[in-house]
Design a protein around this ligand. Sequence first.
Ligand SMILES: Nc1nc2c(ncn2[C@@H]2O[C@H](COP(=O)(O)OP(=O)(O)O)[C@@H](O)[C@H]2O)c(=O)[nH]1
Ligand SMILES: [Mg+2]
Length: 297
Amino acid sequence: MDPNKGEWAPSGGSQHGPEPPTGPIPSFPLSRGVEDPIDPLPLGAAENPTLPSLSILLPALNEELGLAEVLKRIPQATLHQRGLAYSVYLLDGHSTDQTRAVATRFGAEVFVQSGRGKGAAFREFVPRIQEDFALFMDPDGTYPPEAIPDLVGFLGADSPVVLGSRFLGKIDEGAMTATNYLGNRLLSWFASFLYATPISDLCSGMWAFVSERLKSLGLTADGFDLEADIFAECALRKIPIVQVPIEYHQRLGEPKLHLREGIRIALALLKKRLRAPSSAPQDESAPEARWVGPAQS
Ligand SMILES: Nc1nc2c(ncn2[C@@H]2O[C@H](COP(=O)(O)OP(=O)(O)O)[C@@H](O)[C@H]2O)c(=O)[nH]1
Ligand SMILES: [Mg+2]
């Protein structure tokens, strides 16, 4: 890939190839070569098989607006400069809008989950990850694709999990309602207390992992308790989480999370904590639990 090409442009747009395909939308896996014969490696994947590789996972249910924005803003040149080969996967929750078509148009792979729920989609896809690193972010326009290289840059043997923290970063005015702000804060405090492990932003929708360590977690969440589940597994196994400040912007499209989800998340945390001794064997190879990253102001 040409690093001077700039940030990622749509592979199916007028500048880079034919108009986006119409008609029935195929499901995973898509063949890139057939999709876009002009630029068979639009996402930087496998250009150099010796480079460390990154899987960018975008769970979405009817996110045609946000997804297009996120795909446009993935910092292709920076990832290339940092020596990362990457692939982008839409984890689709049976969207009824143009979400899958948008992904295809931008050259992302489309995976359609078999069941329902964000957690279920993620858990179904995790065993299929072939890349060294994996990053997931909600593609609703709230999380910054520009932060991907920095988050992944923190990954290593001693720091296999990285969290993009909105509360250590900057939340745009109007991006989070007062209720959501309070709910997010309360859930983070509750989780920190329950698991005796500090977490500044339990429900952040942007996390990065060393893939092998992600696969070793005993995740059980089906819905919006996914992030709480990831945190609980890490805390119980004493896997350190590096928290990195990120920005949080106003959402594009309709939110799917409702207030009652907060209760569900709190209950999921409690359930996992009570079942802890048998269900979550400690990772003996893991270093002492520690909290790396910028100090909370
Ligand atoms: N694959 C999949 N993604 C989902 C599902 N439900 C929600 N999502 C996605 O999960 C992400 C978080 O949901 P969102 O409504 O933004 O929640 P909030 O931002 O926390 O209020 C978004 O990208 C949604 O499109 C689902 O059933 N399956
Ligand atoms: Mg959201």
